[in-house]
Design a protein around this ligand. Structure first.
Ligand code: ATP
Ligand code: MG
Length: 143
């Protein structure tokens, strides 16, 4: 499904609705250029698990941030990782677990991503609008 977000707040809201549909073990892959709204989307998804948006950052040196949200919540940001370094990260420990994993720049780890992952592509349209395509799950925007 394709959605249009017209603001950062709307992208967070779409993320929250997606988060509410997730179940234990789900992997969400986020694709999109710099500034397309991936971290904003993670903040929304995390909020569905009671994690404060302020705690979800694009910290320079944190590749994997783990949150205890009843079920573990893993925010994985591969921006600074080259595909050659991916095997060292031990991603399967997270992706194969009962926790929820959300991955920015997921294309850098494509070989390790489970086939049944939920894929979200963010496309920068205008300064404040983003086209958001979600595959593998349906959300109800009006709910
Ligand atoms: N509709 C929108 N949805 C999301 N972000 C928006 C929107 N409109 C404007 N923005 C702005 O775009 C930026 C998105 O930043 P964000 O860190 O979420 O992107 P990112 O894809 O994670 O970038 P990076 O590749 O650097 O990690 C923010 O500054 C936000 O305010
Ligand atoms: Mg980011």
């Amino acid at each position: 499904m394709k959605l249009l977000s017209r603001s950062e707040a709307e992208t967070r809201e779409i993320g929250r609705k997606l988060g509410e549909k997730l179940k234990s073990g789900d992997v969400v892959c986020l694709y999109g250029e710099l500034g397309s709204g991936k971290t904003t989307m993670v903040q929304g998804i995390a909020s569905a698990f009671g994690i404060s948006e302020r705690d979800i950052t694009s910290a320079s040196f944190t590749i994997i941030a783990e949150y205890d949200a009843g079920t573990p919540f893993y925010h994985i940001d591969l921006y600074r990782v080259t595909p050659g370094e991916v095997p060292e990260l031990g991603l399967q420990e997270y992706l194969g677990s009962a926790g929820i994993s959300v991955i920015e720049w997921a294309e850098r780890a494509e070989g390790e991503i489970p086939d049944n992952s939920i894929r979200v592509s963010l496309n920068h349209k205008e300064e404040h609008s983003r086209e958001i395509e979600i595959k593998g799950i349906r959300i109800n925007r009006d709910a």
